[in-house]
Design a binder for this molecule. Structure first.
Ligand SMILES: O=P(O)(O)OC[C@@]1(O)O[C@H](CO)[C@@H](O)[C@@H]1O
Length: 370
């Protein structure tokens, strides 16, 4: 069983244009589709499509189109009523494959709602293999919400706590990777830009085109205590870095219909393979197979296992020396100074309070793909 948490879920509307987008003009769409969205929601959809047990936890009212969409797809979820409609995120696709995505900030999520989500994680967590926290932070929670949430779950469940997968960006990702935290993720899934951001660097474009540079940077996070870094690199495949080694994988070319949700699908592939006990390089193979399969489907559609082609993925050992997980002395690798907006705070412990006083929304930065 894999629990996903999406604090800022969405209804994803995809609008297809048969002509290039002309700003400032009225254009007619050649097609539209609507999918339940938000990163954790997508992961639960992809897990369900692959026959895996999952429950998606998210704020939102039962009648919201997000949940009627999940009902229709047979995806198990638990919603915590919000009293406000969820956001709609818009994707515009052009004939040459250009994708433009506009994400709303989402409705505010208050402390009580987050507390109720934590209660549900704790109630189900002992029987789960993974807890996946994914997506941006809506208005309300402080940017260290994922660090706090992880500490709370670990504090409540101890050794029975599920492994933690984190897929977020900007300040919430940065805060969750602070050296010295009692709980660091067992896997994170940044893209090249987010990997750079998480280290307080600005050279993400280099990582997107240079898998080895991305892997070397990811080793810094493993040395800090992160279990594995699965970094997706768009058309350049993905790298996986663990304490044991680093691998790069690429898929045979596919016709790309929509990259929205491809990263979520990639993390799903990794989790499914990790859960069945695959070695890291095979987990990476399944991740890239899942990501590419999603990219070849329209809208935010998630592939079934049968639609993935692990045989079309070439995996290469990058030959980097092993790194000891958590070998960096807490604080020694703290790039805090490099993050101008980083909040100064003590690491979140098991009794950490869900501080919602900072209304910062951890909106994902402008990104070429998700
Ligand atoms: O605004 P966030 O939370 O960063 O991302 C939300 C989102 O872009 O991510 C998914 C694709 O990964 C979409 O279903 C959804 O619209």
């Amino acid at each position: 069983m894999i629990i996903t948490v999406t604090l800022n879920p969405s209804v994803d509307r995809t609008v297809d244009l048969s002509q290039p987008l002309r700003r400032g003009e009225v254009q007619r769409a050649s097609g539209t589709r609507q999918d339940p969205g938000g990163k954790g929601v997508n992961i639960s959809r992809a897990l369900t499509a692959s026959g895996e047990q999952t429950v998606a936890l998210a704020p939102g009212d039962a009648a919201d189109p997000l949940f009627t969409g999940l009902d229709a797809a047979g995806v198990r979820y638990e919603n915590v009523p919000l009293g406000a409609p969820l956001r709609s995120n818009i994707t515009i696709t052009e004939p040459d494959g250009t994708t433009t995505k506009i994400n709303e900030p989402g409705p505010p999520v208050d402390q009580d709602t987050v507390e109720r989500i934590v209660e549900r994680i704790v109630a189900r967590g002992a029987g789960a293999s993974w807890l996946v926290c994914a997506g941006s932070v809506p208005p309300g929670p402080a940017p260290d919400i994922y660090a706090v949430l992880a500490a709370r779950v670990k504090g409540a469940l101890g050794a029975a706590a599920p492994l933690l997968a984190l897929d977020t960006s900007g300040q919430p990702l940065y805060e969750a990777l602070t050296p010295g935290l009692p709980v660091l993720p067992d896997v994170i899934k940044p893209n090249g830009f987010e990997l750079a951001e998480s280290l307080g660097r600005t050279d993400g474009a280099v990582f997107e085109s240079d898998p080895r540079a991305a892997a070397e940077a990811a080793q810094e996070l493993v040395a800090r205590g992160v279990g594995a870094v699965l970094c997706t690199l768009g058309g350049n495949g993905a790298v996986l870095v663990t304490p044991e080694g680093a691998w790069h994988a690429v898929h045979e070319p596919v016709t790309v219909r929509s990259t929205v949700g491809a990263g979520d699908s990639a993390l799903t592939g990794y989790l499914v393979a990790a859960q069945r006990g695959d070695v890291p390089s095979e987990c990476l193979r399944q991740a890239v197979a899942h990501g590419s399969a999603a990219a070849s489907l329209p809208g935010t559609q998630m592939p079934t296992m049968a639609q993935t082609r692990p045989d079309a993925v070439q995996v290469t050992d990058l030959g980097l020396p092993p790194v000891e997980r958590g070998s960096t002395h807490p604080g020694a690798a703290d790039d805090a100074a490099a993050s101008p907006s980083r909040t100064d705070q003590t690491p979140a412990g098991p009794d950490a309070v869900l501080d919602l006083s900072d209304g910062t929304s951890g909106a994902r930065r402008a990104e070429p793909r998700s």
